[in-house]
Design a protein around this ligand. Structure first.
Ligand code: ADP
Ligand code: MG
Length: 355
Protein backbone atom coordinates (compact mmCIF):
# COMPACT_ATOMS: atom_id res chain seq x y z
CA UNK A 1 0.00 0.00 0.00
CA UNK A 2 1.48 3.36 -0.98
CA UNK A 3 0.10 6.68 -0.02
CA UNK A 4 2.21 9.31 -1.73
CA UNK A 5 1.47 12.88 -0.79
CA UNK A 6 2.82 16.20 -1.89
CA UNK A 7 4.42 18.05 1.02
CA UNK A 8 2.98 21.45 1.78
CA UNK A 9 5.14 24.47 0.97
CA UNK A 10 5.87 25.23 4.60
CA UNK A 11 7.27 21.78 5.19
CA UNK A 12 9.33 21.86 2.02
CA UNK A 13 10.70 25.23 3.02
CA UNK A 14 11.76 24.19 6.49
CA UNK A 15 13.43 21.04 5.23
CA UNK A 16 15.34 23.11 2.68
CA UNK A 17 16.20 25.73 5.28
CA UNK A 18 17.61 23.02 7.52
CA UNK A 19 20.19 22.25 4.86
CA UNK A 20 21.43 25.83 4.83
CA UNK A 21 21.15 26.46 8.53
CA UNK A 22 22.40 23.59 10.63
CA UNK A 23 23.40 25.43 13.77
CA UNK A 24 24.25 28.92 15.05
CA UNK A 25 27.66 28.83 13.36
CA UNK A 26 26.06 28.34 9.94
CA UNK A 27 23.87 31.41 10.52
CA UNK A 28 26.95 33.39 11.52
CA UNK A 29 28.83 32.19 8.44
CA UNK A 30 26.06 33.34 6.09
CA UNK A 31 25.64 36.72 7.78
CA UNK A 32 29.36 37.44 7.91
CA UNK A 33 29.74 36.48 4.24
CA UNK A 34 26.91 38.85 3.35
CA UNK A 35 28.58 41.65 5.31
CA UNK A 36 31.89 41.10 3.51
CA UNK A 37 30.14 40.90 0.14
CA UNK A 38 28.47 44.21 1.05
CA UNK A 39 31.91 45.85 1.12
CA UNK A 40 31.97 46.32 4.88
CA UNK A 41 35.09 47.67 6.56
CA UNK A 42 33.74 46.67 9.98
CA UNK A 43 31.81 43.54 10.97
CA UNK A 44 30.63 43.01 14.53
CA UNK A 45 29.33 39.64 15.67
CA UNK A 46 27.57 39.32 19.02
CA UNK A 47 26.12 36.01 20.17
CA UNK A 48 24.23 34.97 23.27
CA UNK A 49 24.52 31.52 24.80
CA UNK A 50 26.76 30.22 22.04
CA UNK A 51 24.37 31.64 19.47
CA UNK A 52 21.44 29.53 20.62
CA UNK A 53 19.73 32.55 22.25
CA UNK A 54 20.66 35.24 19.79
CA UNK A 55 22.98 36.23 16.97
CA UNK A 56 23.57 39.81 15.85
CA UNK A 57 25.81 40.80 12.96
CA UNK A 58 26.34 44.49 12.25
CA UNK A 59 28.22 45.88 9.27
CA UNK A 60 28.97 49.26 7.75
CA UNK A 61 28.51 47.96 4.23
CA UNK A 62 26.39 49.22 1.34
CA UNK A 63 23.08 48.59 3.11
CA UNK A 64 19.70 48.21 1.44
CA UNK A 65 16.73 50.41 0.72
CA UNK A 66 13.23 49.28 1.57
CA UNK A 67 12.54 47.62 -1.75
CA UNK A 68 15.86 45.78 -1.71
CA UNK A 69 15.42 44.38 1.77
CA UNK A 70 11.87 43.25 1.00
CA UNK A 71 13.20 41.40 -2.03
CA UNK A 72 16.29 40.04 -0.27
CA UNK A 73 14.29 37.93 2.20
CA UNK A 74 12.34 36.19 -0.55
CA UNK A 75 13.25 32.80 -1.90
CA UNK A 76 16.19 32.64 -4.36
CA UNK A 77 16.85 36.37 -4.58
CA UNK A 78 20.36 37.71 -5.01
CA UNK A 79 22.09 40.81 -6.27
CA UNK A 80 25.30 38.85 -6.95
CA UNK A 81 24.65 36.88 -10.14
CA UNK A 82 22.01 37.12 -12.86
CA UNK A 83 22.18 33.67 -14.36
CA UNK A 84 24.28 30.55 -14.66
CA UNK A 85 26.62 32.21 -17.16
CA UNK A 86 27.87 34.48 -14.38
CA UNK A 87 29.16 31.40 -12.57
CA UNK A 88 31.49 30.39 -15.39
CA UNK A 89 35.02 31.24 -14.45
CA UNK A 90 34.19 31.74 -10.80
CA UNK A 91 32.23 34.37 -8.91
CA UNK A 92 33.84 37.27 -7.12
CA UNK A 93 31.49 37.18 -4.14
CA UNK A 94 31.22 34.70 -1.29
CA UNK A 95 27.48 34.25 -1.80
CA UNK A 96 25.44 33.85 -4.98
CA UNK A 97 22.68 31.31 -4.24
CA UNK A 98 20.24 33.78 -2.78
CA UNK A 99 18.94 31.35 -0.21
CA UNK A 100 20.53 32.22 3.12
CA UNK A 101 18.37 35.11 4.30
CA UNK A 102 15.22 33.33 3.29
CA UNK A 103 16.32 30.16 5.06
CA UNK A 104 17.39 31.93 8.25
CA UNK A 105 14.09 33.81 8.29
CA UNK A 106 12.14 30.57 7.89
CA UNK A 107 13.56 29.01 11.07
CA UNK A 108 13.87 31.98 13.44
CA UNK A 109 12.70 35.48 14.22
CA UNK A 110 14.86 37.73 12.09
CA UNK A 111 15.02 41.49 12.45
CA UNK A 112 16.86 43.46 9.78
CA UNK A 113 17.77 47.10 10.22
CA UNK A 114 19.46 48.63 7.24
CA UNK A 115 20.23 51.95 5.60
CA UNK A 116 21.92 52.37 2.22
CA UNK A 117 25.21 54.22 2.08
CA UNK A 118 24.41 57.83 1.46
CA UNK A 119 20.68 57.20 1.97
CA UNK A 120 18.75 59.16 4.56
CA UNK A 121 16.14 56.63 5.62
CA UNK A 122 16.59 53.27 7.19
CA UNK A 123 14.20 50.31 7.16
CA UNK A 124 13.35 47.74 9.77
CA UNK A 125 11.94 44.46 8.55
CA UNK A 126 10.81 41.65 10.85
CA UNK A 127 10.42 38.09 9.68
CA UNK A 128 8.91 35.38 11.88
CA UNK A 129 9.07 31.79 10.77
CA UNK A 130 9.11 32.87 7.14
CA UNK A 131 6.40 35.56 7.33
CA UNK A 132 7.16 39.24 7.07
CA UNK A 133 5.34 40.64 10.10
CA UNK A 134 6.38 44.27 9.76
CA UNK A 135 8.28 46.69 7.57
CA UNK A 136 8.74 50.24 8.74
CA UNK A 137 11.07 53.22 8.44
CA UNK A 138 13.68 53.19 11.18
CA UNK A 139 16.49 55.37 12.37
CA UNK A 140 19.72 53.45 11.96
CA UNK A 141 23.27 54.04 10.83
CA UNK A 142 24.42 53.28 7.29
CA UNK A 143 24.96 49.57 6.85
CA UNK A 144 23.05 46.60 8.11
CA UNK A 145 22.24 44.81 11.36
CA UNK A 146 20.83 41.30 11.22
CA UNK A 147 19.43 40.04 14.52
CA UNK A 148 18.42 36.40 14.78
CA UNK A 149 16.40 35.24 17.77
CA UNK A 150 14.78 31.97 18.72
CA UNK A 151 16.68 29.94 16.16
CA UNK A 152 14.78 26.73 15.31
CA UNK A 153 11.83 27.71 17.54
CA UNK A 154 9.59 26.19 14.85
CA UNK A 155 11.82 23.19 14.10
CA UNK A 156 11.88 21.40 17.45
CA UNK A 157 13.76 18.40 16.06
CA UNK A 158 16.63 20.66 15.03
CA UNK A 159 16.53 22.68 18.24
CA UNK A 160 16.92 19.45 20.18
CA UNK A 161 20.13 18.60 18.35
CA UNK A 162 21.91 21.79 19.32
CA UNK A 163 24.89 20.99 21.48
CA UNK A 164 25.99 22.65 24.69
CA UNK A 165 26.47 26.40 24.49
CA UNK A 166 30.22 26.02 24.74
CA UNK A 167 30.30 23.63 21.77
CA UNK A 168 28.09 25.85 19.63
CA UNK A 169 30.22 28.83 20.55
CA UNK A 170 33.40 26.99 19.61
CA UNK A 171 31.97 26.54 16.09
CA UNK A 172 30.95 30.20 15.92
CA UNK A 173 34.41 31.23 17.04
CA UNK A 174 36.08 29.08 14.36
CA UNK A 175 33.90 30.60 11.65
CA UNK A 176 34.39 34.23 12.69
CA UNK A 177 38.13 33.72 13.19
CA UNK A 178 38.42 32.23 9.71
CA UNK A 179 36.76 35.20 8.06
CA UNK A 180 38.74 37.67 10.16
CA UNK A 181 42.00 36.00 9.11
CA UNK A 182 41.04 36.00 5.43
CA UNK A 183 40.12 39.69 5.55
CA UNK A 184 42.84 41.59 7.40
CA UNK A 185 41.51 44.81 5.90
CA UNK A 186 38.14 44.38 7.62
CA UNK A 187 37.82 45.07 11.36
CA UNK A 188 36.07 41.98 12.68
CA UNK A 189 34.97 41.49 16.28
CA UNK A 190 33.33 38.64 18.12
CA UNK A 191 31.54 39.04 21.45
CA UNK A 192 29.98 36.24 23.48
CA UNK A 193 27.48 37.60 26.00
CA UNK A 194 29.26 40.57 27.51
CA UNK A 195 32.77 39.30 26.83
CA UNK A 196 34.72 40.21 23.73
CA UNK A 197 36.46 37.13 22.35
CA UNK A 198 38.64 39.05 19.87
CA UNK A 199 38.67 42.03 17.61
CA UNK A 200 40.93 42.80 14.68
CA UNK A 201 42.04 46.27 13.61
CA UNK A 202 41.28 46.00 9.92
CA UNK A 203 44.68 47.54 9.18
CA UNK A 204 45.49 44.96 6.55
CA UNK A 205 48.38 42.95 8.01
CA UNK A 206 48.03 39.16 8.28
CA UNK A 207 50.45 38.67 11.18
CA UNK A 208 48.80 41.44 13.17
CA UNK A 209 45.41 39.86 12.48
CA UNK A 210 46.73 36.52 13.75
CA UNK A 211 47.83 38.32 16.91
CA UNK A 212 44.36 39.78 17.45
CA UNK A 213 42.68 36.44 16.89
CA UNK A 214 45.10 33.94 18.47
CA UNK A 215 47.28 36.10 20.70
CA UNK A 216 50.87 37.27 20.73
CA UNK A 217 52.53 33.93 21.42
CA UNK A 218 50.99 32.33 18.35
CA UNK A 219 51.57 35.38 16.14
CA UNK A 220 55.25 35.54 17.07
CA UNK A 221 55.74 31.87 16.29
CA UNK A 222 54.31 32.19 12.79
CA UNK A 223 56.56 31.49 9.81
CA UNK A 224 55.90 32.88 6.32
CA UNK A 225 55.03 30.49 3.56
CA UNK A 226 55.40 31.73 0.01
CA UNK A 227 55.65 29.53 -3.01
CA UNK A 228 54.58 29.89 -6.61
CA UNK A 229 53.15 33.02 -8.13
CA UNK A 230 53.17 35.15 -4.97
CA UNK A 231 56.74 34.25 -4.14
CA UNK A 232 57.73 34.85 -7.74
CA UNK A 233 56.55 38.40 -7.49
CA UNK A 234 58.83 38.87 -4.48
CA UNK A 235 61.68 37.23 -6.37
CA UNK A 236 62.28 34.57 -3.74
CA UNK A 237 60.57 31.59 -5.22
CA UNK A 238 61.83 28.32 -3.85
CA UNK A 239 63.27 26.00 -6.45
CA UNK A 240 61.57 22.97 -5.04
CA UNK A 241 57.98 24.14 -5.52
CA UNK A 242 56.74 21.47 -7.90
CA UNK A 243 54.54 22.02 -10.92
CA UNK A 244 50.95 21.24 -10.21
CA UNK A 245 47.45 22.61 -10.15
CA UNK A 246 48.22 25.47 -7.76
CA UNK A 247 49.55 28.78 -9.02
CA UNK A 248 50.73 29.58 -5.52
CA UNK A 249 50.54 28.93 -1.79
CA UNK A 250 51.16 31.67 0.74
CA UNK A 251 50.37 32.55 4.32
CA UNK A 252 51.62 31.70 7.78
CA UNK A 253 52.21 28.45 9.69
CA UNK A 254 53.30 28.05 13.29
CA UNK A 255 56.57 26.88 14.79
CA UNK A 256 56.15 23.16 15.54
CA UNK A 257 56.22 23.89 19.27
CA UNK A 258 53.12 26.06 18.94
CA UNK A 259 50.46 23.43 18.46
CA UNK A 260 47.05 22.42 19.73
CA UNK A 261 44.99 19.27 20.14
CA UNK A 262 42.37 20.22 17.52
CA UNK A 263 42.47 20.86 13.78
CA UNK A 264 40.37 23.99 14.02
CA UNK A 265 43.44 26.25 13.90
CA UNK A 266 44.29 25.11 10.41
CA UNK A 267 42.54 27.76 8.32
CA UNK A 268 42.72 27.17 4.61
CA UNK A 269 41.40 29.27 1.76
CA UNK A 270 40.97 28.60 -1.90
CA UNK A 271 40.93 31.73 -4.04
CA UNK A 272 40.04 33.73 -0.93
CA UNK A 273 37.18 31.46 0.05
CA UNK A 274 37.35 29.71 3.42
CA UNK A 275 37.20 25.97 2.92
CA UNK A 276 37.56 22.89 5.00
CA UNK A 277 39.84 20.88 2.79
CA UNK A 278 41.05 17.61 4.28
CA UNK A 279 43.67 17.30 1.55
CA UNK A 280 45.22 20.63 2.41
CA UNK A 281 45.12 20.09 6.17
CA UNK A 282 46.74 16.68 5.81
CA UNK A 283 49.42 18.13 3.58
CA UNK A 284 50.26 20.81 6.14
CA UNK A 285 50.45 18.28 8.95
CA UNK A 286 52.57 15.97 6.77
CA UNK A 287 55.09 18.73 6.26
CA UNK A 288 55.88 18.81 9.97
CA UNK A 289 56.81 15.14 9.86
CA UNK A 290 57.77 13.96 13.32
CA UNK A 291 58.22 17.50 14.65
CA UNK A 292 54.66 17.44 15.98
CA UNK A 293 53.09 14.61 17.96
CA UNK A 294 50.50 12.66 15.95
CA UNK A 295 47.55 14.03 17.96
CA UNK A 296 48.69 17.67 17.82
CA UNK A 297 48.20 20.24 15.05
CA UNK A 298 49.92 23.46 14.09
CA UNK A 299 48.29 26.81 13.45
CA UNK A 300 48.07 27.73 9.81
CA UNK A 301 46.52 30.46 7.71
CA UNK A 302 47.13 29.36 4.16
CA UNK A 303 45.88 30.82 0.91
CA UNK A 304 45.85 28.68 -2.21
CA UNK A 305 45.61 30.18 -5.66
CA UNK A 306 43.92 27.75 -8.00
CA UNK A 307 42.89 28.42 -11.60
CA UNK A 308 39.08 28.43 -11.59
CA UNK A 309 38.90 25.34 -13.81
CA UNK A 310 40.92 23.17 -11.41
CA UNK A 311 38.66 23.42 -8.41
CA UNK A 312 34.98 22.85 -7.85
CA UNK A 313 33.71 25.03 -5.02
CA UNK A 314 30.15 24.00 -5.73
CA UNK A 315 30.45 20.54 -4.20
CA UNK A 316 28.92 21.56 -0.93
CA UNK A 317 29.50 25.22 -0.22
CA UNK A 318 27.40 25.14 2.91
CA UNK A 319 29.79 22.67 4.37
CA UNK A 320 32.67 24.67 2.98
CA UNK A 321 34.12 21.75 1.12
CA UNK A 322 35.94 21.81 -2.20
CA UNK A 323 37.07 19.26 -4.69
CA UNK A 324 40.29 19.60 -6.64
CA UNK A 325 40.67 18.15 -10.12
CA UNK A 326 44.12 16.92 -9.06
CA UNK A 327 44.06 16.15 -5.36
CA UNK A 328 47.51 14.55 -5.28
CA UNK A 329 49.06 17.52 -7.04
CA UNK A 330 47.59 19.94 -4.50
CA UNK A 331 48.79 17.79 -1.63
CA UNK A 332 52.31 17.70 -3.01
CA UNK A 333 52.52 21.43 -3.63
CA UNK A 334 51.13 22.42 -0.23
CA UNK A 335 53.42 20.01 1.60
CA UNK A 336 56.45 21.27 -0.29
CA UNK A 337 55.59 24.91 0.34
CA UNK A 338 55.22 24.34 4.09
CA UNK A 339 58.30 22.08 4.27
CA UNK A 340 60.40 24.71 2.53
CA UNK A 341 59.25 27.35 5.00
CA UNK A 342 60.11 25.11 7.96
CA UNK A 343 63.45 24.11 6.44
CA UNK A 344 64.35 27.72 5.86
CA UNK A 345 63.84 28.35 9.58
CA UNK A 346 65.92 25.29 10.46
CA UNK A 347 62.91 23.56 11.94
CA UNK A 348 63.12 20.39 9.90
CA UNK A 349 66.06 18.19 9.15
CA UNK A 350 66.59 18.46 5.42
CA UNK A 351 67.04 14.69 5.31
CA UNK A 352 63.50 14.22 6.56
CA UNK A 353 61.87 11.73 4.25
CA UNK A 354 59.21 13.08 1.97
CA UNK A 355 56.26 10.75 2.48
P1 ADP B 1 23.34 35.69 -1.55
O1 ADP B 1 24.36 36.14 -0.54
O2 ADP B 1 23.65 34.32 -2.09
O3 ADP B 1 23.08 36.70 -2.61
P2 ADP B 1 21.46 35.93 0.66
O4 ADP B 1 20.14 35.28 0.90
O5 ADP B 1 22.54 35.68 1.65
O6 ADP B 1 21.94 35.49 -0.79
O7 ADP B 1 21.24 37.50 0.53
C1 ADP B 1 20.31 37.98 -0.44
C2 ADP B 1 20.66 39.39 -0.88
O8 ADP B 1 20.45 40.30 0.20
C3 ADP B 1 22.12 39.59 -1.26
O9 ADP B 1 22.36 39.23 -2.62
C4 ADP B 1 22.31 41.08 -1.02
O10 ADP B 1 21.87 41.84 -2.13
C5 ADP B 1 21.37 41.36 0.15
N1 ADP B 1 22.08 41.41 1.45
C6 ADP B 1 22.16 40.40 2.35
N2 ADP B 1 22.88 40.77 3.42
C7 ADP B 1 23.30 42.04 3.19
C8 ADP B 1 24.10 42.98 3.93
N3 ADP B 1 24.63 42.68 5.11
N4 ADP B 1 24.28 44.20 3.36
C9 ADP B 1 23.75 44.54 2.16
N5 ADP B 1 23.00 43.69 1.43
C10 ADP B 1 22.76 42.45 1.93
MG1 MG C 1 24.62 35.29 1.33
Amino acid sequence: MTDIQRLDDRTVERIAAGEVVERPASVVKELVENAIDADATRVEVVVEAGGTDGIRVTDDGVGMDREAVETAVEKHTTSKIRDIADLEGGVGTLGFRGEALHAIGAVSRLTIRTRPRGGDVGTELVLEGGDVTSVSPAGCPEGTTMAVEDLFYNVPARRKYLKQESTEFAHVNTVVASYALANPDVAVSLTHGDRETFSTTGQGDLRETVMSVYGREVAESMISVGAGSEANADGDESDSFPDGPLDGVHGLVSHPETNRAGREYLSTYVNGRYVRAGTVRDAVVDAYGTQIAPDRYPFAVLFLDVPAGDVDVNVHPRKMEVRFADDEGVREQVRTAVEDALLREGLLRSTAPRG
